[in-house]
Design a protein around this ligand. Structure first.
Ligand code: NI
Length: 184
């Protein structure tokens, strides 16, 4: 099932999402999230973006395989994740977000992180990521903390985007996927 994507301006994107109860069967939901993300050509999707304030996100970087990193196995779900540490040099990259269509802005983030999470079988994992993988995880992890990439922009940049963001919150934006706007 393909969900509509929640647009910027919806309060669900600003909540700290809730922990999931251990051993909940999330496989059907995760399957639907992958379907939703692929239909929108995304490389990451967090549960709040489909209106669910739960600590779950998915990533799929396998379409980025032509880059220097091996992304061929970077397709997974992160349940109840905690970023334990971030380190390394900060680097800039132009990020976008399915909930903030047609806006891309440069965001600076540390290059490495350590994360603890459950996989979809509820196995506890602790892993380190860097580069593009870390970047995707950081962006999605922010979503379950109620944070968006535009929060990192300068006040001037934010002011410049105000009109566009207002349009997005009303659903007045062109996308190739189904959306759900907070304000009509
Ligand atoms: Ni996003």
């Amino acid at each position: 099932m393909i969900f509509p994507i929640v647009m910027y301006g919806d309060p669900v994107l600003r909540k700290r999402a809730e922990e999931l109860k251990k051993d909940t069967d999330l496989k059907p939901l995760i399957q639907d999230m992958f379907e939703t993300m692929h239909a929108a050509n995304g490389i990451g999707l967090a549960a709040p973006q489909i209106g669910k304030a739960i600590r779950l996100f998915i990533v799929d970087g396998t379409s980025l395989n032509d880059e220097e990193e091996d992304m061929s196995t970077f397709k997974k779900a992160f349940i109840n994740p905690t970023v334990l540490e971030e380190h390394g040099e900060e680097w800039e990259f132009e990020e976008g977000c399915l909930s903030i269509p047609n806006i891309r802005e440069s965001v600076s983030r540390p290059e490495k992180l350590k994360i603890r999470y459950y996989d979809e079988e509820w196995n506890l994992k602790e892993e380190e990521y860097d580069g593009m993988k870390a970047r995707i995880i950081q962006h999605e992890y922010d979503h379950i903390e109620g944070k968006l990439f535009i929060d990192y922009l300068s006040p001037l940049k934010k002011r410049m985007l105000k009109g566009k963001l207002n349009d997005i919150s009303k659903g007045d934006v062109d996308t190739e996927y189904r959306i759900i706007a907070a304000k009509k």
